[in-house]
Write a protein that binds this ligand. Structure first.
Ligand code: NAP
Length: 269
């Protein structure tokens, strides 16, 4: 993309995570980024943290570059699009990370054909380990899609999915950091119950989760094979696995994710 300028509407957690990623990966410099938010304190924080340009005027941000990221809460999205839609250049690439807002809803709000990508990132974006799902609308060029994928790969991993799978993604990778935090907390509690100091117990539990995730992503083995590799006959691991199976561990995890998928289906607009 030749025009190296990108704007964000919204200066919250996700905008900060994306900006941190794209600057650290060298995709944009701070002065090639403009951020718009109503509160002076948020604008000052963005300028101090990343050296970006800031504005309180959403239209100024919308007209700033060829890429515009919508990073506001769903409840203010309609009002924001109404403000900015006439300020956008014809060929602006619009990226929406607003949860639950479909491409059709977004296109309807713009009221004209726009190049649009809907993205569902997750909070590990804050440490460069996001899992993002991207879905394009019919107006998007291959070049713009490739650019959008590159942008989100700067924050972690990115996959393209059809829009009808966005609820599945929301339940699986959008909500699951909360389940994993709960798992790590429970693991650490068991470590503390067995005598480990609390802070060490968190480290042991979190690093075990991180290492296991890397094994799945990097070895090419499916989880069942990796599980079998650490399960020696009559050993400690099979004793733990048996207790987990008796408690319905797998079914419970599936139910939790499916409940989030269902909620996402009910909430979308
Ligand atoms: N957090 C996540 O894990 C996650 C994951 C996937 C998708 N998302 C989606 O990402 C979006 C942003 O989430 P977030 O967690 O970053 O929210 P957030 O931290 O609450 O940030 C929202 C930002 O929007 C700004 N804002 C509010 N009204 C505005 C307006 N009229 N014009 C311009 N800016 C306005 C706020 O400005 P002030 O700072 O001035 O109040 C704030 O900076 C949401 O739609 C959410 O669904 C979030």
């Amino acid at each position: 993309m030749e025009d190296k300028r990108i704007a964000f509407i919204g200066a919250g957690n996700m905008a900060s995570a994306i900006i941190r990623g794209i600057i650290s990966q060298g995709l944009f410099l701070g002065n090639q980024i403009m951020v718009s938010a109503p509160s002076q304190s948020s604008r000052d924080r963005m300028a101090a943290d990343f050296g970006v340009k800031t504005t309180a005027d959403n239209c100024q941000a919308a007209a700033f570059g060829r890429v515009l990221v919508l990073a506001v809460k769903p409840k203010v999205l309609d009002e924001v699009i109404l403000q900015i839609r006439d300020a956008l250049a014809e060929d602006t690439l619009i990226i929406s990370i607003v949860a639950g807002k479909s491409l059709k809803t977004l296109e309807g709000a713009f009221g004209r054909p726009v190049s649009l990508v809907r993205v569902m990132p997750n909070t590990p974006a804050m440490v460069g380990e996001a899992m993002s799902a991207l879905t394009p609308n019919g107006e998007l060029s291959k070049e713009n899609m490739a650019f959008a994928v590159r942008l989100f790969e700067a924050l972690g991993r990115a996959e393209v999915v059809p829009e009808n799978l966005m609820d599945a993604v929301t339940g699986l990778s959008g909500s699951s950091p909360a389940y994993i935090y709960m798992l790590i907390e429970a693991m650490a509690d068991a470590g503390v119950a067995s005598g480990l100091p609390r802070s060490q117990a968190y480290t042991f539990a979190a690093q075990a989760v991180l290492g296991s995730a890397k094994m799945v992503l990097e070895t090419g083995f499916v989880p069942g094979q990796l599980k079998d590799q650490v399960t020696s006959p009559g050993g400690t691991t099979i004793a733990g696995l048996k207790a987990l199976e008796e408690g319905g561990f797998r079914g419970l995890v599936m139910d939790g994710i499916l409940a989030a998928v269902k909620k996402s289906e009910e909430m979308k607009g």
